[in-house]
Ligand binder design. Structure first.
Ligand SMILES: Nc1nc2c(ncn2[C@@H]2O[C@H](COP(=O)(O)OP(=O)(O)OP(=O)(O)O)[C@@H](O)[C@H]2O)c(=O)[nH]1
Ligand SMILES: [Mg+2]
Length: 402
């Protein structure tokens, strides 16, 4: 019945009392109270296809809050009551490795990093998130192995909610499949669980940031792109119906009314990803790899490796770096001969101003000019202004006003 499909893509048209409850939840002063309000909120909207995603999101939120309470308790008592769930970010980027059991996630971690992990020909060996640092050139990529994904992880099976929350917080994802089995099935399983958790691996058309402000700041809309099916007035009404009265809402790209409503619930998150097809040493691997590539198409890069023979492993660093859309910029102090050893990593397309802000607000507020050394310039250094676009490998010396 097509009506189910329509229903599925419909926005959650929530009753007023549900919106009111959501507002109360957002104002809650502690995680315990917030959980209670969110649970009540879930009871206030009908259970059908159109609200399934919302329900899953709220459940995820509750699970993260519960973890927060648990973490606090552990800190207070010093007693760990369960496995470690979230891994604190370290290094230049955090990459979460996702995949069904036995694909070789632990093998990858022990190949790339000095993390000591158990590699066993036995399913579900890894039961807690495990980090390791992968040094690629002068970048430090923190790789995090997560417990295996399975059908229903997005609904909470086998630490699934924690795993998918980590994926949501990561800077990039490695989706790992095993060529000794059917890789297409595995890829579809991972995609389905990601989709259900509202984690997109394809860049969305719109980017919406809602920044809540102090009371009296009112609603401010900055539309840098286009509103497809609504006006700013409609959106102001939407915000108010959720009790959001003071916020700056920035919209880039092409956004619909539903996109903005999703953003209120911190709905969709885009994370760059690549597919890592492991066990290339298997006799049927090449054939299966081709089938996988056909299904994936041009949307994602597929990197084939073998953790056993190490074939293809040397390509992985540059593939991950490319996927992250970041550049490395080195800074230099005036009158010093050498640039910093460790680069700053900033988004591709960043300017000298963006770098200045990253170093310290003083560098931005007191900015006078910069000198840039770069292979692409005819003469180095070149004196530039704050709007100068940086590229990977540039060295920058910022001069401030006195
Ligand atoms: N042939 C072959 N076997 C591999 C390769 N990589 C890993 N394995 C084997 O696959 C099995 C599972 O490897 P693990 O690294 O433990 O896999 P995992 O994804 O961490 O598995 P769980 O944590 O148990 O879900 C082990 O027997 C490994 O030796 C590979 O490139 N080729
Ligand atoms: Mg493992």
């Amino acid at each position: 019945m097509s009506y189910y499909l329509d229903d599925c893509s419909m926005p959650a048209n929530l009753p007023a009392e549900a919106k009111q409850k959501y507002r109360e939840a957002s104002l809650a002063r502690n995680p315990e109270e917030k959980i209670k309000k969110l649970q009540e909120f879930m009871g206030l909207f009908p259970k059908h296809k159109g609200t399934e995603n919302l329900r899953a999101q709220v459940k995820r939120k509750i699970s993260v809050l519960k973890q927060e309470i648990e973490d606090k308790k552990q800190k207070r008592t010093g007693v760990a009551t369960g496995p470690r769930v979230f891994v604190e970010k370290e290094g230049d980027a955090q990459i979460v490795i996702l995949g069904p059991t036995n694909v070789g996630r632990s093998s990858l971690l022990s190949t790339l990093t000095n993390s000591k992990v158990a590699v066993l020909n036995y399913p579900y060996t890894t039961t807690e998130q495990t980090p390791g640092m992968f040094n690629y050139q002068d970048l430090q990529l923190q790789m995090v192995e997560t417990p295996a994904l399975m059908e229903g992880s997005s609904e909470g099976g086998a630490w699934g909610l924690q795993t998918l929350t980590s994926a949501r917080n990561a800077d990039g994802l490695v989706l790992m499949v095993d060529l000794s089995q059917n890789p297409v099935e595995q890829f579809l399983l991972i995609s389905k669980e990601l989709e259900k958790s509202k984690i997109l691996t394809k860049k969305p058309k719109a980017r919406i940031d809602i920044e809540k402000k102090h009371m009296g700041a009112k609603l401010k809309f900055i539309v840098l792109g286009k509103l497809v099916d609504c006006t700013v007035k409609d959106l102001a009404q939407l915000m108010k119906s959720y009790g959001i009265r003071d916020a700056t809402i920035k919209i880039r790209g092409e956004a619909t009314f539903d996109d903005v409503e999703e953003a209120i619930f911190e709905g969709k998150a885009y994370r760059p990803a690549l597919i890592l097809a492991n066990k290339m040493d298997h006799p049927l691997a090449a054939e299966r790899l081709e089938q996988l590539k056909k299904v994936v198409g041009k949307e994602m890069n597929v990197v084939a490796v073998s953790c056993t023979t190490k074939e293809g492993i040397d390509k992985l660093g540059s593939e991950i770096f490319g996927m992250l859309d970041i550049i490395r910029v080195y800074t230099k102090e005036p009158n010093k001969k050498d640039a910093s050893m460790r680069p700053f990593t900033i988004k591709k397309g960043s300017t000298v101003f963006d770098l200045a802000k990253r170093i310290h607000t003083d560098f931005y507020n007191q900015f006078s000019y910069a000198k840039v050394w770069s292979k692409r310039l005819r003469f180095s250094p070149q004196k530039v202004g704050g709007a100068f676009n940086l590229e990977d490998g540039d060295t920058v010396e910022i001069h401030m006003k006195w």
